[in-house]
Structures are given as C-alpha cells and as structure tokens.
Design a binder for this molecule. Structure first.
Ligand code: GDP
Ligand code: MN
Length: 413
C-alpha cells in the first residue's frame, strides 16, 4: 500500500524523522484557514500517490491568504498522471539551502536491504541517476547487522553530503532505516531531504510503501487504506477478497495462482491480444469464488471475452467446471468464455463444459489455443499490456529509483 505524503510524514514522525508542521485540507476555505494557523509562507501540496507533483504544478508556495486561496483553487481538481487531486497538505514553507535524496528498499537479487543517498536530490534526481549514477551512493545493509550512526555517517559522506549536514543526515538515515524495517515498509524515500538555511536537516517529502503482507501486525494501518483510490473493479474485487489488478485490454483473465495468471497474460500478448485484468483466484477455485471472479470481470465494460485458465493440482478440474457451470447460472455474463482446464480430472471437466450452452462457453485443450480463441472472440488484437509492466500504479518508488521493489502485477494485494 502506497501512503500519501501526509500519511508518510505522520509515519516518519513515529520514528523521529523531522518534518515541517502541517495540516490537510479538502476545500479552498479550509486550506486558507490552515495556512493562517500555520503562518506564512506556506507550501500547498497536492496529495496524490504519484511523484512528479512539483513539475505538474501540484506544489505551490503562498505568502498570504490571497495567494493561498488561489493556489488551493488551482491544485484541487488538478489531474496529475491520471490522479485527480482531492486533498492538500499545507505546511510551513522551508528555506532550502540544499536538497538531498535518501531511500531504503529491498535488493532482491542481493538479498539485502539497499540504501541510496545523494547530495543531488530534488525534482531532477531521476536525470541525475540516469546520467551520473556515481552521484548516488549505495550501501547494502544486512538485516542482521542493521545500520548504526557511524556507517550512516560514512554513507552520507560518500554521497557528498555537506559537512554541516552530516550529523543530521546520518541521524535521519538511522531513523529512516528503523521506519523501513520496524515500520514494515517495502520502500521509504525522502526526496528532497533538505538542509535549511538555518542548518536543520528535515524531510520535505515522504514516499512510503507499506508491505501489505505485514498488515496483520498493524491493525492501525486499516485507517490508511483509501477505498476511493481503487477503481470500481478493484474495489469490488477487494471486497470479495480476490487478487485483482485492472489493466486496459479486452480479454478478462481468471487463473489459479499468480504465476499462471501472469503466464496467461503473456500468452494473450503473444498471440496479439491484451489483458483487461490480472485475476488470481488462488487455490479455492470453487463455484462461489468463480462466481465472484466472473462478476468482477463482467463489471468491466472493456472486456470482450473471458479466458479461464485453471490447472488442477490440489483442486480437481471437474469441481472447477461445476463451479463455472453454477457461476454462469448465477451471474449475468455477456462476454463469451473460453475455458482451459488441465490436470486432475480434466477429461470429466471438459465433458461438463461441453454440456453447457455452447454460445456462452467453449473449452480449449491448451493454454495457447485457449488464448488464441479468446483473443479472436475479443475482436481485433490491440497490442500488449505485459504482466510485468506493473500497470496498476502500485509498486516502485516515486522516482523509479526503488527499482528492486515488486511491480504491481507481481505483488497483487
Ligand atoms: P514531488 O515533485 O511530487 O516529488 O514533490 P516534493 O514534495 O518533492 O516537492 C517538489 C519540490 O518543491 C521540491 O523539490 C522543492 O524544491 C519544492 N518545495 C517543496 N516544499 C518546499 C518548501 O517548503 N520550500 C521551498 N522553497 N520549496 C519547496
Ligand atoms: Mn519529492
């Protein structure tokens, strides 16, 4: 789960990472009132779960109530990378001397945590990372060792952090590491981490991606979830407990197991189609789950055909087929369904499918032939959305520098 900046800053505060005092506001009058309480100058910031708000006009400084009202009016309702701004974070403006960058994420390949620090943070950090990778200092941290002040300071030094900011940055790094580990985050990123003209170091931005698999340890996370943020299909799926990610193609996909679901996406692409979603029904491919899955997919008006790809290992294919049969009785489905069932009791399963209304549902023996049929039924192929695109908007850091964290499609939740 990605946090909004204001939530990320509150999360930081629990671990002693300094931020500027601020408030949220959802309307222009509330924004002006909040700015008045905080004291001018203030900065008004769009709250959307994507980076690059500064460049998109979503971060504005205001010196008085008139400017605050104007800025609030212009930012609220603004669309940034497809996200409409409905909330502002307003904080005391900082007088910036230097902008740095700091983050922690998991380096899966190295099986270690990875710290990245740069003395050249700010809105251009992606360009810096691309053109001058040496400007980003990297340090692998073994979870068994953790990160102490001394190593944090050495890291800050190797990143070229100014001498007067070294102690402050080192302290932030140690606390940010705690926030990442004890706070169960997949990614924590501060860009910019600033040195102010009065020589204080604090976080001007906050990007926190929580590890959803740790939610059971954090009942307090529940209030951070924002149902408005899901698209309608994802909300419905979430309610039904399905692992679902909406994409923008025309073939709806249901598979058991995330690996099979992703392979199915790839095969659909391979034969010239594009997937409308990623839906993993897990091990319990029974009638109720199948009905929920078909219902969610049918609620997507871009769907032209549905491909059900089930491998019967523990679950028996004939049970799945009966589940599908029951589901198509109970759910209104306008798209044709192509079913590929293989594994335990596949032959019985195909007989069951063959006995159903042929108009609505057909069975194919292989994944490839099923994908071809589904794409054909969906009409013209419209090019690919790959399983590994991470199209859901979840996933890597705002700057894209948290490259080793999972993409949306590989971490459905
Ligand atoms: P992002 O563009 O979505 O990453 O939003 P940020 O919160 O990082 O803000 C973008 C830029 O706005 C920062 O890099 C700063 O240069 C600028 N900015 C943000 N807050 C302040 C502030 O309090 N004072 C000043 N002078 N600039 C700010
Ligand atoms: Mn930023």
């Amino acid at each position: 789960m990605d946090l909004y900046e204001y939530q990320g800053k509150r999360y930081f505060a629990r671990f002693g990472i300094p931020t500027s005092p601020g408030e949220t506001a959802d309307t222009v009058p509330d924004a002006v009132a909040a700015a008045g309480r905080l004291g001018y100058p203030v900065v008004l910031k769009a709250q959307v779960r994507v980076g690059g708000r500064g460049k998109a006009g979503g971060v504005r400084i205001a010196n008085d109530a008139g400017e605050a009202g104007l800025a609030a009016g212009e930012i609220l309702g603004l669309e940034i990378k497809g996200h409409v701004v409905r909330r502002l974070w307003i904080e005391r403006a900082s007088d910036i001397a230097k902008e740095y960058y700091a983050s922690f994420t998991l380096d899966r390949a190295a099986r270690l945590h990875l710290a990245m620090v740069s003395s050249r943070g700010g809105v251009e950090v992606e360009e810096v990372a691309a053109e001058e990778p040496a400007a980003i200092a990297r340090l692998h941290v073994d979870p068994l060792d953790g990160l102490d002040l001394e190593r944090a300071r050495t890291l800050a030094e190797s990143a070229g952090i100014d001498p007067e900011a070294l102690d402050g940055v080192a302290e932030v790094l140690v606390n940010l590491y705690r926030c990442y580990v004890e706070g169960d985050a997949d990614l924590v990123e501060i860009n910019p981490l600033v040195l102010t003209s009065d020589r204080r170091v604090h976080a001007l931005d906050a990007k926190v991606t929580l590890d959803d698999d740790a939610a059971f340890r954090h009942p307090e996370w529940e209030e951070l979830a924002d149902e408005d943020d899901y698209d309608e299909r994802e909300r419905l799926a979430h309610e039904k407990g399905l692992n679902y990610i909406g994409l923008d193609g025309s073939v709806g996909i249901i598979a058991n197991g995330a690996g099979l679901a992703m392979s199915t996406l790839d095969v659909v692409n391979q034969v010239g189609g594009s997937a409308a979603n990623f839906l993993d029904i897990g091990g319990g491919a029974n009638a109720a789950v199948m009905a929920s899955a078909l219902e969610v997919i049918s609620s997507d008006e871009n769907v032209r055909s549905i491909l059900v790809n089930i491998f019967g290992g523990i679950v028996r294919c004939d049970e799945v087929a009966r589940g599908i049969a029951a589901a198509i009785e109970s759910v209104e489905i306008s798209s044709p369904i192509v079913v590929r069932l293989d594994g335990t009791n596949a032959a019985e399963a195909r007989e069951i499918i063959a006995g159903l209304d042929r108009e609505k549902i057909v069975s194919e023996p292989t994944m490839l032939s099923a994908a071809r049929r589904a794409v054909e039924l969906a009409g013209a192929g419209t090019g690919g959305t790959s399983a590994t695109d991470g199209t859901s908007g979840a996933g890597t850091g705002a700057t894209g520098m948290g490259g080793s964290t999972g993409t949306g499609a590989t971490r459905p939740s």
